[in-house]
Design a binder for this molecule. Sequence first.
Ligand code: ADP
Length: 640
Amino acid sequence: MTKAKEKPPVEKGENLAFQAEVAKLLDIVVHSLYSNREIFLRELISNASDACDKLRYAALTQPSLTDGSAYEIHIAPDAKAKTLTVRDNGIGMSHDELVANLGTIAKSGTADFLKGLSGDAAKDVSQIGKFGVGFYSAFMVADKVSVTSKKAGETQGWLWESDGRGTFSVSPTEDAARGTRIVLHLKDDATEFADPTSLRRIVRTYSDHIALPVILDPAPGAETKEEGETPEAPKEETLNSASALWMRPKNEITAEQYKEFYHHVGHAFDEPWHTLHYRAEGAVEYTALLFIPSQKPFDLFHPERKGQVKLYVNRVFISDTLEGMMPRYLRFVRGVVDSPDLPLNISREILQDNPLLKKIQSGIVQRLVKDLKKRAESAEDYAKFWDTFGAVFKEGLYEDFERREELLDLARFTSTHGDGLVSLKDYASRMKEGQDAIYYITGDNAAALKASPQLEGFLAKGIEVLLLTDPIDEFWVPSVGVYDKKPLRSVGESGADLSGIKGGDQKEEEPLGAAAETAVKDLIEKLKKTLGEAVADVKSSTRLTGSPVCLVADSGGMSLHLARLLKQHGEGPAGAAVRKVLEINPKHDVIKKLMAVGGEAFDDVAFLLLDQARIVEGETVPDPAAFARRMSTVMAKGLI
Ligand code: ADP
């Protein structure tokens, strides 16, 4: 984050350029975001409400920051001047905060997110929806925005102004009260936002749940309406219910109100996939209103991403980044938790370790798990959740030891059994006679995995294999190890012996016969000698049916997929440390013929087989020139 450095107060104004990311965002906001422009007001009211929450919290320890007056948000339209003003008496912003907050984007992962935008307006707009433009959405309706702000406890106020085209100015002003006043100079096609009737509707639609009063100031000149027109009441008018939504009884809250609250609290734009609202009594009392989004937040996998559940103590906002509020594997959950039992006057750091907070967390997770179980009854519905957050949820399989069994039951996988998602329970119920393990294969994508030679023998026997394609799978599987007393076993490990498992319409496997056994042994010795250091071992295998060879990891060693993942991140052991085993299919024609070949031709074919196995496994061929030469030699012979 590029926070402005401390500098002496600026006497005169200064002109500054927006951070490149902001300029790009503004360009999209101004030129492409037309649908649903009215949400800018929700964003500004949301910020105003957060600013009041922050001051209320700060004033707990520093009462002199406020004069004790009530927190309020005012919106004041002026149709004549074509302006709309949104004002709060919250914490305000200092000079440096104005520059940092309204000139840069501090969200971690922003740069990466914006880099990923395609330049195609339609696509980018939907992406931006996931990201949330916050304050900058003001430029959808205004061609100039003036922000006057005075930080609580400071004497100097500041005026920030911009037309959203690359630069902004900041100058000192005497005309500032504590808090923030935002004046939108409305575009010609946005004058509806200076109309009290529109504003009433917009605030009721999007911001009814805001816990502070949102007050419509009388429009200037409203008293002097012409005869026959209904005069606008020349008094302040509170537009929203102004009570904390989470404290209201469930049956008084509509789905629409829940959704808008979710948009506010989660800085989100999608529909919640799940809403959980309940009050807990007993060892610790609290109210929770939680949401599982339907869309992946842009920074879900960003290492710095924190939980997004806001903690309130008796309706006083405490923190939205409290470690320990939510386990990491539920970091996509958003919402509010409010408990009167937590102490108000202690620091966030101390609160973090409060045993009551742990109890609350445990209660929340239990409820969420219970709800997920219920929703998992509809496979189609649950798949939506799983496709979006499954990869994160699986972190819980090794992080949340206590709930491992429950979480395992909630996990879903793609497998060789059809196209849908399967649970471990489904898998276990289909296991073949003589099968004692749950088989899985790890890799980058399911389609490639399905075609892997490592699976051939399993497919032939109709043995189901789980196709694990999330990087996280490499970590939870070894740590979990078993499900319902059945070990999880990688098909990519050498030594997979399927001979004891009945299934498929494969004929009884014919034994090779003593002579052939000896020939295979000799061949293996020869291959080992030829391939030398390139492989850790060469083995005969029953897993292969159509392919002559495949590459597997030495049993007990790191999987080839994990080794590749680590390498991509510049970590992990050098290639040689991962022990790769070449498995051969003694019934394949190439292998049979190879037994009769000697000399250089043998060497060429041996290395070609190894390279072929590497390619199928998703690896690169270490010496492409040698590969091409051998290939040509062998082809030339074959073409005679
Ligand atoms: P977000 O609200 O998602 O952080 P915004 O772009 O809307 O993003 O706002 C950026 C920051 O500017 C906020 O996090 C807050 O610190 C500050 N800010 C915005 N509006 C106000 C306000 N009315 N009062 C005080 N600070 C504000």
